[in-house]
Design a protein around this ligand. Structure first.
Ligand code: COA
Ligand code: AMP
Length: 630
C-alpha cells in the first residue's frame, strides 16, 4: 500500500493509536485517560484526563532541550525598518515576565483576555503568556472597527485587554488607542485593565486607573511559571464570520491542538525543528494562530513575523527579500498575495535579484487557488506550489498534499487529498453520498480529528445548529465541491453568505445589517462578486425608501463610510447598485445565491419558487451597466 494510503487509513480506522502516537511529540504532566472521548456526540473531546501546558511545549521545553540560543522569532518589519531576532531563551524570559504581569493584574486560569495587536512579536508574547497561565485569549484582527471589537468584548467578557499604541498599515500610521477607547465605551462589559505596548512612532495617552504600560509592567513583574491545564481546557477563542452580524466564537482546546499542530508541521509542511517557516498572514486570523505562533514554536522552528505587505513595502520583491535574507524553507500565504505581486511584477524581475537557495516549497490557502495564479507561481519559483484547504473551525488543513508523508503530482485547482484524520465526503442536499465528479456539499464524517473546534464559546446550541444539524453524523463545512476519480478534492466556494476577500473571511449578512441601517435604505442584498485581485469583493443592491430623491452617489459614499466605521476597512465595501426590486421567493426570501451566480457569470437555474422572474433581467442589466461604468 502507498505510504499516504496506509497512514490515512490508519488515522480513520485506529484513531486512538494514531493520535496517541502523535501525542508523543508533546510533553505531558500527566498522560490522558482516553485518547478520543466520544461519550456525548457531536461533542468529541481528545486526550481527556491529560494535563499539559501549551506554552511549556512551545517555549520552555525547547530551552530545556538545548535550543535556548536558537532564534524562535524573526521580526521583519519593512514599515518600521526593523529586523529583530528573539531566541527561545529570550522568548521564555519575555513570556514569563509578561505572564507574571498578567498574574499581578489578577489574570488566572480560565479568565479571558482580548488581544488587539499589530504584527509585532509582543502579540505572540501576549498569547503565550495567557497560555502559560491557563487564561483563554481571543485575538481580534486589527482591521476590524471599534464596533466589531465591542461585539467581541461583550461576548468574550475579558478581564484584561492587551493592545499597542498603533500600527503601520502599508504607508498609513493607525492610532489604536482611540479605537480601543471607543470599543470599550460601546461595550456593556468593561475590561478591568488595558495593557498598552507603546510603539516608538505613536504614543497612546493612558486612562488613569484603567490603562497600564506594557514595558513598565513587564519590567517590574515576578516571572510566572507554566500552570498545568487539562487537555480539554480552552486555549483560545477566535471569532469568525458566519452568515449573520454576530460572529462565531470558535473554541480551541490545549491538548488536541498541540498534538495536531505539532504533527502537521512535519507531515503536512515537511518541516523539522530548526527550520525557518514563514507564514505571511496576521495573528488576527487562524493562519496566524496556527502557523505564525503555535505550530512553528511547538515544533521548535524559527517563525518569521512580517509586518508589511507583499507589494509596496517597498516593492513586489519584498517576499523574495525576506525568504533570501532569513533562509526561509517554507512560505505560507494566500493566493491574493501572489496575484498582487504578479500584477506589479508580471515577469518576476524582482525575484531574479534574490538567492532563494533554502526555499523548498510554497503553500497557499485561505481562498481558492485559481489555476492562473498556480501556474504563474510554479513557473516563477520552480518549486512545489501546494494548495491546501482549511477553515478557522478546523484550525489546520483538511485537504492537502502532505509532502511529509508522500508527495502527489499536483492537479491545478485541487488541494489534493484529505489529510489523515479527516474523513471527507460529498453529499447531496438530502444527505446521499455522491460519487466522483458530482458536485455537492463537502462534509467531514465525525469525529473531527484533534485540534478542530470542540464547540463554540458559550454557545453549544449554535455549534450544533451551525455545523452538526444539516447532515447527521457529519460536520458541515459550508463549502461546495467534488472529488474526482483519483480521490483528489476540488473546493469550489462557500454555499452560504460568507465571502472571501483577499483571503479574509467576512459576512455579507453583517454588511447587510450595516447598510440597511442607513436612514434612506428600505432593503438591501450584499453579495460577493469575483475580483481579479482579491478573489471576491462585496456589492450591495440597494432599494431606497419611497420618497427619497437624494443623489445616489452621495448615499453610496455614506454606505462605504458606514461599513468602514462599523465593520472595518478590511470589508472592502466600495460598490453599491441602486435597484428598484430584489429577486425573491414567493415567501419573501431574497435569492442571494441566484444573484451571486449572475454577478459571477455562472450558470444558474431559474428557481421554481421565484416570485417574479423578470427581476433577474433587471439585475443582469444593472450589473452590466456598473461594469461598463468601471
Ligand atoms: N489593520 C488595519 N487596517 C487594515 C489591516 C490591519 N491589520 N489590514 C488591512 N487593513 C485595511 C487596509 O489598509 C485597507 O484600507 P483602505 O481601504 O483604507 O486602503 C483595507 O483594510 C483593505 O485591506 P487589504 O485587503 O489588505 O487591501 P490592500 O489594498 O491594502 O492590499 C493586498 C491588497 C493584496 C496586498 C492585501 O490584501 C494582501 O496582502 N493580501 C494577502 C492576504 C493574506 O495574507 N491573507 C491571509 C489569510 S491566509
Ligand atoms: P477561514 O475560516 O477564514 O480560514 O476561511 C475558510 C474558508 O476559506 C473556507 O470555508 C473556504 O471557503 C475558503 N478556503 C480556504 N482555503 C481554501 C482553499 N485552499 N481552496 C478553496 N477555498 C479555500
Amino acid at each position: 500500500m502507498a505510504k499516504y494510503e496506509d497512514v490515512f487509513q490508519r488515522s480513520l480506522k485506529q484513531p486512538d493509536n494514531f493520535w496517541a502516537e502523535a501525542a508523543e511529540g508533546i510533553s505531558w504532566y500527566r498522560k490522558w485517560d482516553k485518547v478520543l472521548d466520544d461519550d456525548t456526540p457531536p461533542f468529541y473531546r481528545w486526550f481527556t484526563g491529560g494535563m499539559m501546558n501549551t506554552c511549556y511545549n512551545a517555549v520552555d521545553r525547547h530551552v530545556e532541550n538545548g535550543r535556548a540560543d536558537q532564534v524562535a522569532i524573526i521580526y521583519d518589519s519593512p514599515v518600521t525598518d526593523t529586523i529583530r531576532k528573539i531566541t527561545y531563551g529570550q522568548l521564555q524570559q519575555q513570556v514569563a515576565a509578561f505572564a507574571g504581569a498578567l498574574k499581578e493584574q489578577g489574570v488566572t486560569m480560565g479568565d479571558t483576555v482580548i488581544i488587539y495587536m499589530p504584527m509585532i512579536p509582543e502579540a505572540a508574547v501576549a498569547m503565550l503568556a495567557c497560555a502559560r497561565l491557563g487564561a483563554i485569549h481571543s485575538v481580534v484582527f486589527g482591521g476590524f472597527a471599534a464596533h466589531e471589537l465591542a461585539i467581541r468584548i461583550d461576548h468574550a467578557q475579558p478581564k484584561v485587554l492587551i493592545t499597542a499604541s498603533g500600527a503601520i498599515e502599508g504607508k498609513k500610521v493607525l492610532a489604536y488607542k482611540p479605537l480601543i477607547d471607543k470599543a470599550i465605551e460601546m461595550a456593556d462589559h468593561k475590561p478591568k485593565k488595558c495593557i498598552i505596548y507603546q510603539r516608538p512612532f505613536i504614543k497612546a495617552d493612558l486612562h488613569e486607573g484603567r490603562d497600564l504600560d506594557w514595558q513598565e509592567l513587564a519590567g517590574a513583574s515576578e516571572p510566572a511559571d507554566c500552570v498545568p491545564v487539562s487537555a480539554t481546557h480552552p486555549l483560545y477563542i477566535l471569532y469568525t464570520s458566519g452568515t449573520t452580524g454576530t460572529p462565531k466564537g470558535v473554541m480551541r482546546d490545549n491538548g488536541g491542538h498541540a498534538v495536531a499542530l505539532h504533527w502537521s508541521m512535519k507531515n503536512v509542511y515537511n518541516l523539522d525543528s530548526g527550520d525557518v517557516f514563514w507564514s505571511a498572514s496576521d495573528v488576527g486570523w487562524v493562519v496566524g494562530h496556527s502557523y505564525i505562533v503555535y505550530g512553528p514554536l511547538l515544533k521548535g522552528c524559527t517563525s518569521v513575523f512580517y509586518e508589511g505587505k507583499p507589494v509596496g513595502t517597498p516593492d513586489p520583491g519584498a517576499f523574495w527579500r525576506v525568504i533570501s535574507q532569513h533562509g526561509v524553507k517554507v512560505l505560507f500565504t494566500a493566493p491574493t498575495a501572489f496575484r498582487a505581486i504578479k500584477k506589479e511584477d508580471p515577469n518576476g524581475e524582482y525575484c531574479k535579484k534574490y538567492n532563494l537557495k533554502n526555499f523548498e516549497a510554497l503553500y497557499l490557502a485561505g481562498e481558492r487557488l485559481d489555476p492562473d495564479t498556480y501556474h504563474w507561481a510554479c513557473d516563477l519559483l520552480d518549486r512545489p506550489v501546494i494548495d491546501h484547504w482549511w477553515q478557522t473551525e478546523t484550525g489546520w488543513a483538511i485537504v492537502a498534499n502532505c509532502r511529509g508523508i508522500e508527495e502527489f503530482p499536483v492537479k491545478p485547482g485541487s488541494p489534493t487529498k484529505p489529510v489523515p484524520g479527516y474523513d471527507v465526503r460529498i453529499l447531496d442536499p438530502t444527505g446521499k453520498e455522491l460519487g466522483p465528479n458530482q458536485e455537492g456539499n463537502v462534509v467531514i464524517k465525525l469525529p473531527l480529528p484533534p485540534g478542530t473546534l470542540p464547540s463554540l464559546w458559550r454557545d453549544e446550541e449554535k455549534f450544533v445548529k451551525s455545523y452538526m444539524s444539516t447532515f447527521k453524523g457529519y460536520y458541515e463545512t459550508s463549502d461546495g465541491g467534488y472529488r474526482d476519480e483519483d480521490g483528489y478534492f476540488y473546493i469550489m466556494g462557500r454555499m452560504d453568505d460568507v465571502i472571501n476577500i483577499a483571503g479574509h473571511r467576512l459576512s455579507t449578512g453583517a454588511m447587510e445589517e450595516v447598510v440597511s441601517g442607513h436612514p434612506d435604505v428600505a432593503e438591501c442584498a450584499v453579495i460577493g462578486a469575483q475580483d481579479a485581485l482579491k478573489g471576491e469583493i462585496p456589492i450591495g443592491f440597494i432599494i431606497l425608501k419611497a420618497g427619497v430623491d437624494r443623489d445616489f452617489a452621495e448615499i453610496e459614499k455614506e454606505l462605504v463610510q458606514m461599513v468602514r466605521d462599523e465593520i472595518g476597512p478590511i470589508a472592502c465595501y466600495k460598490e453599491s447598485i441602486l435597484a428598484s426590486r430584489l429577486p425573491k421567493t414567493r415567501s419573501g426570501k431574497i435569492l442571494r445565491g441566484t444573484m451571486r451566480a449572475i454577478a459571477n457569470g455562472r450558470q444558474y437555474r431559474m428557481p421554481s419558487t421565484i416570485d417574479d422572474p423578470t427581476i433577474l433581467d433587471e439585475i443582469i442589466a444593472l450589473l452590466s451597466t456598473k461594469r461598463a461604468a468601471k
